[in-house]
Ligand binder design. Structure first.
Ligand SMILES: *Cc1c(COP(=O)(O)O)cnc(C)c1O
Length: 420
């Protein structure tokens, strides 16, 4: 009896420590900034230095431009990396996981009854899959048939000022985008072929019909509405605001300010439409969305990222982002002829920004030249030169600790060197 207990206990403890060791090892590989830990964990080839980019001969940059997909979006939270590693150790049914993750996400966001979510490979994928679902419903023939729209509706209405490069993901379903400007245009454009009304949130100010009116008008005609809100957190409340406004489907990027996996996004909305979207997406084969694969790791990582994002002290973060820009502003203002200005976009990338301008009499450089100069420097720094005329623009929410100091010193030195 005694022996049995002992053996059982030892077996149990052995299991625990093996699990703990595996976790520790995984964490080491994931967290190691230098070479030592990686070497300890047995990384001897690629990745041995701890800097995979340098090993490939690609320069890592200081990102003062924000959550640009071109630069890699955002940096994942460490806890997201950890759950993704955990997710990578088992096989599961992906559709079952999508449904379960969606339930958890809807609960975390306190979405009303009748709303759910799936994790997509990004906001762009959410747009294509969401619209696909609206077009096909759960009709298997239609799902196989896309982007041939025979038998389906074929038009999506969009305000002319809301057209943008991401509407390619709507056009990829085969629909025709019908551009309108006024309410009257809209009413005239609606017909039996109209599948959906699309809204681009960052263009809210540019269009005559605003974000809250769009779904109200659509409801008069019983048409579904979609809002592309990819870069529209912060504020965090945007994650549920558009449901409250009456939008049927909403897309967010997972790899922007939420700092989830780079190849993840959220499609939130009406339960039926979200389910149809999933039927048009990977892992299902012979679907338009099969090319927008979402891994088990991304699905799980997205759930974790959202949990962390919701718990964050957003006011404190905003203060910290402002403080970093003030460090840069104070330093560059010491250079003769330099002026700075703080601003925050109303929607999309709603975080503190800083513009830096200079008197061309003293410093004969264009904003493009400064941006190119900083990009070519060591360390390489990325800022924007096309946000406003005659200035460079930057934000600080993607900076790593201490990088504001590097930018402050590098930029002032650069401007001083080119002063006359
Ligand atoms: C970034 C962005 C997208 C695409 O989002 P992904 O998550 O990268 O697919 C779509 N629309 C807008 C407005 C965006 O800013």
């Amino acid at each position: 009896m005694e022996i049995t207990t002992k053996w059982t206990r030892r077996g149990f403890m052995g299991g625990i420590s093996a699990f703990a060791a595996a976790l520790l090892n995984a964490r080491r590989v994931l967290a190691s900034p230098g070479g030592t830990d990686a070497a300890e964990a047995g990384v001897t080839g690629f990745g041995h230095s701890g800097n995979v980019y340098e090993e490939l001969g690609v320069t890592a940059v200081i990102n003062a431009q924000g959550t640009m997909t071109m630069l890699g979006g955002s940096l994942m939270r460490p806890e997201v990396e950890s759950v993704m590693a955990m997710a990578g150790r088992h096989f599961v049914s992906i559709p079952e996981l999508e449904v379960a993750a969606g339930k958890r996400i809807a609960k975390m966001l306190n979405l009303p009854e009748g709303y759910s979510a799936i994790v997509t490979s990004g906001a762009a994928a959410a747009m294509q899959s969401g619209l696909s679902g609206i077009l096909t419903g759960d009709n298997p023939k239609f799902i196989l048939q896309l982007p041939d729209l025979t038998g389906m509706k074929s038009e999506v209405i969009i305000q002319k000022s809301h057209r943008n490069p991401f509407d390619h993901q709507l056009r990829s379903t085969g629909v025709k985008l019908i551009e309108i400007e006024t309410r009257e245009d809209l009413r005239k454009a609606i017909n039996a072929k109209t599948a959906m009304m699309h809204f681009t949130n960052f263009a809210n100010a540019a269009g005559q019909i605003k974000v809250d009116e769009w779904p109200r008008l659509a409801k008069e005609y019983n048409l579904p509405t979609f809002i592309d809100a990819a870069a529209d957190t912060p504020p965090v409340s945007h994650l549920w605001d558009y449901v409250t406004m009456g939008y049927d489907l909403i897309a967010f990027s997972g790899g922007k300010a939420i700092r989830g996996p780079q190849c993840a996004g959220l499609l939130l909305g009406r339960k039926d439409l979200v389910a149809y979207a999933l039927l048009n997406n990977s892992p299902y084969e012979d679907t338009l969305g099969r090319s927008q694969k979402v891994g088990k790791e991304e699905i799980v990582g997205m759930v974790k990222a959202l949990e962390s994002y919701l718990k964050e002290d957003h006011e404190a973060l905003n203060k910290e982002w402002q403080r970093r820009l003030e460090v840069i502003s104070a330093e560059v203002n010491k250079v003769r002829g330099v002026t700075t200005k703080f601003w925050t976009p109303d929607v999309a990338n709603h975080v503190p920004h800083l513009d830096v301008g200079w008197d061309k009499q003293h410093i004969a450089l264009t904003p493009e030249q400064v941006a190119t100069g900083l990009r070519a420097g060591k360390p390489a720094i990325v800022v924007a030169s096309d946000e406003h005329p005659e200035v460079i623009s930057m934000n600080s929410f993607m900076l790593q600790p201490g990088e504001e100091r590097i930018i402050a010193d590098t930029l002032s030195a650069y401007l001083k060197t080119h002063s006359s």
